[in-house]
Design a protein around this ligand. Structure first.
Ligand code: PEP
Ligand code: MN
Length: 266
């Protein structure tokens, strides 16, 4: 069902009236974790001022250590919804349990399935039975074929509102947190009809590489780029090393638009 051979036209996913996969590349930004209402509203306002209407934020955080901040859960989804309503933005948040999908439908515009859950087939089936847009991330060590099969789980249950996101894979290289598999982007565009996104934050894990990685992803044909933004990354409860502050984010957006790589606004 995801194969372009059977379905040659591009799938365009409508996320609260912002189209993803329509040929106009988009930015998705927001904090790694939802930490407080003030934090999320500050970021939402900054994005809105730049004409960006796709806000991400993690409420259920799949952390490597059980002793690290696990996210605000439902409270976090409520904060995101408030920000989305206040600034007329679409909100994107990861759900980690099939039991939380139904609740999430009332709060988020896109359900994110994280890298660690790409192989959680029960979760994939559950989102597949909704009609909510889904952002599926590539697993930490998943081949492109495995990623495409995971996507097939969602479509096979009826939900065609699916976006794929390359977020770096595990390799022997330690200079970056993961290795951004840049060629996966055109391969996924050729093999499937789904929108393909690039997460430059989790793939590089380095603030200094966000801009060059975003340029490369846009140049190679990504339908959208995702990056993390926090009002004060130094005190962030997760991913402190790679989130941009608001001034850095403004610079990031300006540079991409001026370079003509990102043509998301007229
Ligand atoms: C995230 O986007 O918040 C996240 C945890 O990413 P990933 O699942 O790609 O690690
Ligand atoms: Mn993060």
């Amino acid at each position: 069902l995801v194969s372009r051979k059977k379905h040659p036209e591009n799938t365009v996913v409508n996320v609260k009236d912002t189209l993803i996969g329509d040929g106009v590349q988009k930015l998705i930004a927001g904090p790694c974790s939802v930490e407080s209402e003030e934090q999320v509203l500050t970021v939402a306002k900054a994005l809105k001022e730049r004409g960006i209407s796709l806000l991400r934020g993690g409420a259920f955080k799949p952390r490597t250590s059980p002793y690290d901040f696990q996210g605000l859960g439902l409270e976090g989804l409520k904060i995101l919804k408030k920000a989305g309503d206040q600034y007329d933005m679409a909100v994107i948040s990861e759900i980690v349990s099939p039991n939380d999908i139904e609740t999430a439908l009332d709060y988020v515009d896109v359900i994110q399935i994280g890298a660690r859950n790409m192989h959680n087939f029960e979760l994939l089936k559950e989102v597949g039975m909704t009609d909510k847009p889904v952002l599926l991330k590539r697993g930490l060590s998943a081949t492109i074929s495995e990623f495409i099969h995971a996507a097939e789980y969602v479509l096979s249950r009826g939900n065609t509102n699916l976006m794929l996101c390359e977020r770096g894979i595990r390799t022997y290289e330690t200079a970056t947190r993961n290795t951004l598999d840049i060629s996966a982007i055109p391969i996924l565009k050729q093999e499937t009809h789904l929108p393909v996104l690039a997460d430059v934050t989790h793939s590089t894990g380095r603030r200094d590489l966000l801009l060059p990685a975003a340029k490369a992803a846009l140049a190679i044909g990504a339908d959208a780029v995702m990056a993390e933004v926090h009002p004060d990354p130094a005190v962030a409860l997760s991913d402190s090393a790679q989130q941009m502050d608001i001034a850095e984010f403004n610079e990031f957006v300006t540079t991409l638009r001026e370079s003509n790589l990102l043509k998301d606004v007229a």
